[in-house]
Design a protein around this ligand. Structure first.
Ligand code: ZN
Ligand code: FE
Length: 262
């Protein structure tokens, strides 16, 4: 019996605010959402790692743009959503499918999370309690509804909320401070949120990433997971943004408000 090498996740900053995620032991790596190949190749080289797999959450260019260049250098499987057209996918995935990687040794269950795009998927490792959710759930926020409905997105977020509170949320963008500024407008009296804003602001001042975040903290501070909270619903109604107490309509009102919030 051999000892399992320790797994790590490294953030690869790309473009202005993307994080590409590299899951690796001391020799082998899998990359999630390589929107750009160059910084991935640079990190593989710096850490002396071999790429063994590519995992994709959805079809947007900032998540898949580096796939073809990586495939020129590494002949590896490309996992991705069954319901989106993405060049290079070898393994099409749908709700409850499993991804079993030999090296790095990790397995994921696939969660369908339509809303940001129609076929968006997320990858959850229950052994590690790591969630790679692309542009569905963000630290303090959620993705825009480009192809899906508010109803779909609330259902998708509810699936993610049902994971263990200790789950680390590896989302794909550093949007946290602007998300939390909006969150404070939507739920000004939430003391967990007030505290979080101060801490995350300090991390950004030090130049640190605010992700991964922790799912339990998202549940207590992220307004898009709190669309059933009466304080949020009351405020939306008072401001004339909502005309019922329906949680899906509350979510839609929050999402619309956030789209123009500065
Ligand atoms: Zn996207
Ligand atoms: Fe994105």
């Amino acid at each position: 019996m051999s000892v399992k090498p320790t797994l790590q996740v490294s953030a690869i900053p790309a473009f202005t605010d993307n994080y590409l995620w590299l899951i690796h032991d001391d020799q082998h790596a899998a990359v999630v959402d390589p929107g750009d190949a160059a910084p991935v190749l640079a990190m593989l080289k710096a850490k002396n790692l071999q790429l063994d797999a590519i995992l994709l959450t959805h079809h947007h260019a900032d998540h898949v743009g580096g796939v073809q260049d990586l495939l020129q250098k590494f002949d590896v499987p490309v996992y991705g959503p069954a319901n989106e057209k993405i060049a290079g996918i070898t393994n099409k995935l749908d709700q409850a499918d499993r991804v079993e990687l030999a090296s790095p040794a990790i397995s994921f269950s696939v969660i369908d999370v339509p809303g940001h795009t129609a076929g968006h998927i997320a990858y959850f490792s229950d052994e590690q309690a790591w969630l790679f959710c692309g542009d569905t759930l963000f630290a303090g926020g959620c993705g825009r509804l480009f192809e899906g409905t508010a109803k779909q997105m609330t259902q998708s977020l509810a699936k993610l909320s049902a994971l263990p509170d200790s789950t680390l949320v590896y989302c794909a963008h550093e949007y946290t401070l602007s998300n939390l500024r909006f969150a404070l407008a939507a739920e000004p009296d939430n003391s967990a949120l007030q505290q979080r804003f101060i801490l995350e602001e300090q991390r950004r001042t030090r130049g640190e990433a605010t992700v991964p975040s922790v799912l339990g903290l998202e549940k207590s501070t992220n307004p898009f997971l709190r669309n059933q909270e009466s304080a949020i619903i009351d405020l939306l109604i008072t401001q004339g943004r909502l005309h019922s107490r329906d949680p899906v309509e509350a979510f839609a009102a929050l999402r619309e408000w956030k789209n123009t919030f500065r």
